[in-house]
Design a protein around this ligand. Structure first.
Ligand code: GDP
Ligand code: IMO
Ligand code: MG
Length: 422
């Protein structure tokens, strides 16, 4: 496999972690380049389930190297907890993890601000994960952020943190939140710094050397295209570029080194948090939730569910340059008699083939559906494309035709082996 970027082509939780884990057999290095611990990527190996937030999903493959790139925002305390939880389960996290010295930090005031601002927004809240992601990226853009290189320089970190806590405490008091105790924060973050120090380096040089040595890079996207700060359903988005370009800026790897873009979609659609979702279908949501499916892994919230939206996925294919499509959770539709696929949005008498810019318009879009007969049998044991029932294959071909993307992987269960390469 050449250098490949993998992105979510819907609203996140498409099954990126599972596909990354599967593709790691053919990659040497996996890189996260945006987002933070708002991400929750699930990997199921046999009876064990791992949930990764900041550490790339390649970590379970012991001989591979995982890189957290400069575009990621890192809560050092959360990262240490994640490393330790993996180590308890016998997963090696030593010289196989590298963390960019340029990555910005998520600090306690970011989390408190995220929490307070969301609460104050009431019904117009974004529905964030409350992990401080928006405030941390805001500080980065405002050029007042602290980075990993600061964290591992005790004197610099002490000075900068004290200044930032002093400033933020004014804001916190104003928002009627408890001010932070600088000494306590410093203690916790200095302890985390000691654990993380050996992992921190110039990951740009490491990755460029790896390319020269013909190592194969796999970029693990977090969130999904419609949560992208520029291309998503703004303002109901996250604060990073989740689309393919984010892999380059968030890692320091130039675009000409990227050979493929894999887009991951569920065979239906889900979304957590607020914002427009044209194909949302409450009944389908109840159906999945009753089966114990579709609960967010970071916040435990039930995901909103709906039919496959080919308008959104087709546009995502264009924005990301998707040349391979991975369709996950096909088994979720196994028992459904009639499946709907959205082929257009109807707005004020016009048929839209791309999502409108304004969320107020997107909220008013009526999905236009094509109905297809379900296959009504289990796909969970299918291991080749030919094993799938004919109607399931037709469904995949329809998705391909409507989105202009080439299906290359189909997933029929959460386990590693429940993956079909077409
Ligand atoms: P990510 O954030 O894109 O990595 O996705 P999440 O891990 O948040 O959510 C995907 C969920 O679907 C997880 O619970 C996975 O274990 C599960 N999953 C992934 N692919 C499949 C599949 O093909 N079938 C089933 N039943 N579950 C799947
Ligand atoms: P993975 O990588 C699904 C959503 C939140 C909210 C919006 C902004 O597992 O696909 P934030 O905390 O980022 O400021 O929240 O984005 N969101 C996700 N939804 N999967 C994710 O990550 C998400 N990360 C953020 O629910 O609507
Ligand atoms: Mg997830």
């Amino acid at each position: 496999m050449a250098n490949t970027v993998l992105v979510g082509a819907q609203w996140g939780d498409e099954g990126k972690g599972k596909i990354i884990d599967f593709l790691m057999e053919e990659a040497d290095i996996v890189v996260r380049s945006q987002g933070g611990d708002n991400a929750g990527h699930t990997i199921v190996c046999g009876k064990r389930k791992y949930i990764l937030h900041l550490i790339p999903s390649g970590i379970l493959r012991h001989s591979k190297v995982c890189v957290i790139g400069n575009g990621v925002v890192i809560d050092p305390v959360a990262l240490v907890e994640e490393i330790q939880a993996l180590q308890v389960h016998g997963v090696k996290v030593e010289n196989n993890l590298l963390i960019s010295e340029l990555a910005h930090l998520v600090l306690p005031y970011h989390r408190v601000l995220d929490e307070r601002l969301e609460t104050l927004r009431g019904n117009s809240r974004i529905g964030t994960t409350r992990r401080g992601i928006g405030p941390a990226y805001s500080d980065k853009v405002a050029r007042i952020g602290l980075r990993m290189c600061d964290l591992v320089s005790p004197k610099t970190f002490t000075e900068k943190l004290a200044e930032r806590i002093r400033e933020n405490n004014m804001a916190l008091r104003h928002l009627k939140a408890e001010p932070l105790d600088c000494k306590k924060v410093l203690e916790a973050y200095q302890a985390a710094a000691e654990v993380l120090r050996p992992f921190v380096c110039n990951t740009v040089v490491f990755l460029h050397d790896a390319i020269l040595r013909k190592k194969r890079l796999l970029f693990e996207g977090a969130q999904g295209t419609y949560l992208d700060l520029d291309h998503g359903t703004y303002p109901f988005v996250t604060s990073s570029n989740t689309t393919a370009g984010g892999a380059c800026t968030g890692s320091g790897i130039p675009p000409q080194e990227i050979d493929h873009v894999i887009g991951v979609v569920k065979a239906y659609t889900t979304r957590v948090g607020s914002g427009p979702f044209p194909t949302e279908n409450k009944e389908l949501g109840h159906f999945f939730h009753k089966m114990g499916r579709e609960f967010g892994v970071t916040t435990g919230r039930p995901r909103r569910c709906g039919w496959f939206d080919a308008v959104a996925a087709g546009y995502a294919s264009m924005v990301n340059g998707i040349d391979k499509l991975a369709i996950t959770n096909l088994d979720g539709l196994d028992t459904i008699a009639t499946i709907q696929v959205c082929v257009g949005y109807q707005l004020e008498g016009c048929m839209l083939r791309t999502p409108p810019a304004m969320v107020s318009d997107m909220e008013r879009c009526e999905p236009v559906y094509k109905e297809v007969p379900g296959w009504q049998c289990s796909t969970a044991c299918a291991r080749t494309y030919g094993d799938l029932p004919e109607r399931a294959r037709k469904y995949i071909e329809l998705i391909s035709e409507l989105t202009g993307a080439n299906p290359t992987f189909v997933s029929v269960g959460a386990n590693r082996e429940q993956t079909i390469r077409i």
